[in-house]
Design a protein around this ligand. Structure first.
Ligand SMILES: [Zn+2]
Length: 203
C-alpha cells in the first residue's frame, strides 16, 4: 500500500479515535500519527520515510546506515551519557537496519509494542507526553491496512513467521488494487473533510 494511503488512513483513524478516547487533536498529535502511520515501511529502502533519510535507496545502504547509527548511539551513550532511552533508540535503529520489508519485526505486533513503548518512553524522557496513543493508532492502522493486501504481514514474528492476512485482500500495484486504494483514500479524505470543523476547533 502506498505511503499516501497509509497517511490518510492513520489521520482518519486518529480523528475517529479521539471521539472515544482521551486524545488531544492538535498539530503535534496529527504529525505524530502521520509519521507513525508510514513508519512501519521504514523496513523498505524505497518507502516514503526513507526517501528523506537514505542517500541511496537500496537494501545494503539501509542496513549500513541504520546499523552503524544504532551502534554509534549505543557506543556514544556507553562512554559519555549512560541514558537508558539512548540505548533503546540505538536498539530500535539496529532492528530497523536488519529487518527486511514485511519479513521482520517491524510489521508485527511485537514491532508495534516495541516501537510504541520506545516512542512513549523517549518522548516522556524528553518532556513530551500525550502523543503515545496517536503514535500507537498510526502504527496499528498501518499493520491492519497491510493485512488487507495479498502479501499479508508476519503478525506474530518472530514466534510465527507465517504471513497473516484478511479473508478479502487486494494486490498492491494491480489495477484493482489501485482502485481499492483510491477508494480508501477518498473515503478517509471525505471523513477528514467532514470532521474539519471539529479538527479545526480542537487545534
Ligand atoms: Zn507496510
Amino acid at each position: 500500500m502506498t505511503g499516501k494511503a497509509h497517511l490518510t488512513i492513520g489521520i482518519a483513524a486518529t480523528v475517529a479515535a479521539s471521539k472515544h478516547f482521551k486524545i488531544n487533536i492538535n498539530l503535534a498529535s496529527l504529525t505524530v500519527c502521520s509519521i507513525a502511520s508510514v513508519f512501519p515501511d521504514i523496513d523498505h529502502p524505497k518507502s516514503l520515510i526513507n526517501k528523506y533519510i537514505l542517500p541511496v535507496k537500496n537494501k545494503s545502504v539501509k542496513l549500513t546506515i541504520y546499523l552503524s547509527l544504532g551502534i554509534f548511539i549505543i557506543a556514544l551513550n556507553m562512554f559519555y551519557f549512560n541514558y537508558t532511552y539512548l540505548n533503546v533508540i540505538g536498539i530500535s535503529l539496529i532492528l530497523i537496519g536488519v529487518s527486511t520489508h514485511r519479513e521482520g519485526v517491524i510489521h508485527s505486533l511485537n514491532g508495534l509494542f516495541i516501537f510504541s513503548i520506545t516512542f512513549a518512553y523517549t518522548s516522556k524522557r524528553l518532556g513530551y507526553s500525550g502523543y503515545s496513543i496517536p503514535f500507537f493508532i498510526g502504527y496499528i492502522s498501518h499493520i491492519i491496512a497491510d493485512m488487507f493486501t495479498n502479501r499479508g504481514v508476519p503478525l506474530f514474528y518472530p514466534f510465527i513467521k507465517k504471513k497473516i492476512k484478511m479473508p478479502l485482500t487486494f494486490r498492491v500495484g494491480s489495477w484493482q488494487g489501485k482502485i481499492v486504494e483510491g477508494l480508501i483514500m477518498a473515503s478517509c479524505l471525505t471523513y477528514i473533510t467532514f470532521e474539519l470543523p471539529y479538527i479545526l476547533s480542537s487545534l
